[in-house]
Design a protein around this ligand. Structure first.
Ligand SMILES: [Zn+2]
Length: 211
């Protein structure tokens, strides 16, 4: 990453906007299809379980939106997969591919951006009058769009472990976090160790005199 760009990046601060991006990542990690910890991952089929996971996940970041309901499970999974798709583009720093996807999602629901009417005046992204899926989708997309415009998407990472596409925000000072979890870090250490052992064994076999 260019040094000049690093200086322009807005560090995640725990603002409402940042909490929405964290929520989008947490939601996709639980409900988007793909790979996780070395195995194929699909969201639970049970609608009640999906809604429960989404509520439990999103409540950690924002509590005022209406709850996800089991009958919204299919929409919820579609939203999670679409957000995951965009977040993967952003993690790969493929902004030109991500932008039309974000704009399409923003266009599907009217913007809910508004300022609070009493101090401290803050920008709100959530529309409390719509069902949870629409409310979270428009809010997460608006927050992601804001991250793109402030170069904060540089903090979004995809796990570097084999067969894992779960996402995380790397806000460490060094910016060198590579894995979504301790499990994936451990798996990669084991894999690297086995690879070194195999290379050493192959080299040893190559050096052995033929009889
Ligand atoms: Zn991982």
């Amino acid at each position: 990453m260019a040094t000049a760009l690093k200086g322009m990046m807005t560090r995640p601060s725990g603002s409402h906007r940042d909490q929405l991006v964290f929520a989008a990542i947490a939601l996709t990690n639980r409900l988007a299809d793909g790979w996780s910890f070395g195995a194929r991952y699909t969201a639970p089929e049970d609608p009640a379980e999906c809604a429960s996971i989404a509520n439990e996940t999103c409540e950690r970041f924002y509590r005022k939106q209406t709850a996800f309901l089991p009958e919204q499970a299919d929409e919820l999974k579609v939203m999670a997969n679409r957000l995951h798709d965009v977040l993967l583009d952003l993690a790969l720093d493929d902004i030109p591919t991500a932008i039309p996807k974000v704009n399409t999602m923003l266009a599907e629901h009217p913007s809910a951006l508004h300022l609070s009417e009493k101090p401290p005046y803050s920008l709100h992204y959530q529309d409390h009058s719509v069902p949870a899926v629409q409310g979270w989708q428009v809010a997460c997309c608006a927050a992601l769009a804001s991250w793109v415009s402030s170069n904060s998407t540089q903090y979004i990472r995809c796990c570097a472990a084999l067969r894992c596409d779960r996402l995380f925000v790397d806000d460490t000072r060094s910016g060198t976090k590579r894995f979504c979890s301790i499990q994936c870090h451990g798996r990669e250490n084991v894999r690297a160790y086995r690879l070194r052992q195999a290379v050493a064994a192959a080299e040893k076999a190559h050096r052995m005199p033929r009889l």
